[in-house]
Design a binder for this molecule. Structure first.
Ligand code: FES
Ligand SMILES: [Fe+2]
Length: 426
């Protein structure tokens, strides 16, 4: 349980809040490259409670500016893309992606007033088909060198979905290994499916042992999460995932089940009661079977990234289906997750909860977020804000899903998936 004050700290991210100051110390994804085609229209976007306009200039560079023109506040998302920037429709002031005012066509020809204007502008970087921004000032940290930056495009699949609740409660679902044995399960656990060669699938193990042994390990990036389930005689099923400061998780996903990749779930606050969930799935060894990803999403998510099952339609729960699935809400994991997190309320009131032993990862993540808030307040670098190239080898962020003999040391098992350089580190 956290206090009301702590709950405010870890959930509120608007400008001027301590939690917002922490969140602004990290690069954050804000859109998919495909949301902003070259030559396309600018669009309004709200991130961390700030109303902004996202656009591409004529050179194709993404720009993120305050939505209201600094002249007399007309909405720049209606503006014209021309002459090296975004031009306001009201009086024609022109802004580049750095927020410089390039023209004030109504002012006297010899005026230098435009040089005094600097509009709110956040730097953007476009990597792996995603547009990221840094909203923390003039001295951004290095972009974390996550594995998804290094795989070919065909090995990567990214979705952006709108979730109608505070970012943190959805993130807490990602680092909750026990819910896999309930929320997402079929009523009869599937056996010997999905894995070539007849090995039992991860789903089998989630359903087969619903009371996993849980172990926690603190890491420089966040928290390592081990869940150990009984498998066939003499063996255990080891699953390892990670909380990554301050608002993402590396989970197993489809590709991690075969130890060929992972999935990063990145929860970016739109405001305190809505967020964007970016899921970035990779396979480091082979191109993804895209149909496997797009087919289940088709009926469950609108082209704009809104969940078809939502609070207003009670997630289309089918009570008859509950003889087959635990939830009666179909087979799409994100529908189950959005039910679970949205139904906790717009901002989960954590003073009412009763944490069990299975919630220790969530408690640890909250502590790290609170520590990060303190670090920023005291002028220190928060955890996983990386400023030195030597610290930007992140090959020790890996996931695991594997059946091994009981005597195997599961705490070192992940190192075979890390590169040599960090195999002995934390
Ligand atoms: S309000 Fe934008 S140019 Fe005047
Ligand atoms: Fe889930």
């Amino acid at each position: 349980m956290v206090s009301a004050r702590e709950n405010e700290l870890i959930t509120r991210t608007a400008p001027g809040t301590p939690g917002g100051a922490l969140m602004r110390r990290y690069w954050q994804p804000i859109a998919l490259s495909g949301d902003l085609p070259a030559g396309g229209a600018p669009g309004p976007i709200r991130i961390l409670g700030e109303d902004l306009v996202l656009f591409r200039d004529e050179a194709g560079r993404p720009g993120l500016l305050g939505i209201n023109c600094p002249h007399r506040s007309a909405d720049l998302s209606f503006g014209r893309i021309e002459d090296g920037g975004l031009r306001c429709l009201y009086h024609g002031w022109l802004f580049d992606i750095a927020g410089r005012c390039l023209e004030q066509p109504g002012e006297p020809a010899d005026s230098t007033y435009k040089d005094e204007i600097r509009h709110k502008a956040y730097p953007c970087r476009e990597l792996a088909g995603i547009i990221f921004t840094y909203m923390g000032g003039d001295d951004p940290p290095l972009f974390p060198d996550y594995e998804f930056l290094h795989v070919p495009e065909a090995h990567r699949y990214t979705t952006k979905t709108y979730i109608d609740c505070n970012y943190l409660q959805a993130l807490e679902g990602d680092i909750d290994p026990v819910h896999l044995s309930y929320l997402h399960t079929a009523v009869k656990p599937p056996d010997r499916r999905a894995v070539p060669g007849g090995a039992r699938s991860a789903d089998f193990h989630y359903g087969n042992d619903r009371r996993p042994t849980l172990e926690l390990e603190l890491a420089d990036f966040g928290v390592r999460i081990y869940s150990i389930r009984a498998a066939e005689p003499g063996k255990k099923y080891v699953r390892m995932t990670n909380f990554i400061m301050p608002n993402k998780a590396a989970i197993v996903g489809n590709e991690g089940r075969i130890n060929q990749g992972n999935q990063i779930n990145w929860h970016v606050p739109i405001d305190d009661t809505h967020h964007l969930r970016f899921d970035i799935t990779i396979n480091r060894e082979r191109p993804l079977d895209l149909d496997r990803y797009t087919a289940p999403i088709g009926p469950e998510v609108t082209p704009e990234g809104r969940m078809v099952r939502n609070q207003a339609n009670r997630y289309l729960q089918d009570r008859d289906e509950m003889s087959r699935t635990f939830t009666g809400m179909g087979g799409y994991f994100m529908a189950h997750d959005s039910f679970a997190s949205e139904s906790q309320g717009p901002i989960h009131d954590r003073t009412r909860e009763h944490l069990g032993t299975t919630d220790k990862f969530i408690a640890a993540a909250r502590r790290q977020i609170l520590e990060g808030i303190k670090d920023v307040e005291n002028g220190r670098e928060p955890r996983h804000s990386i400023r030195d190239e030597a610290d930007n080898d992140l090959s020790h962020i890996v996931v695991l899903s594997e059946v091994v003999p009981n005597e195997t040391d599961h705490r070192t098992l992940w190192k075979k998936y890390a590169t040599e350089s960090r195999a002995n580190g934390t």
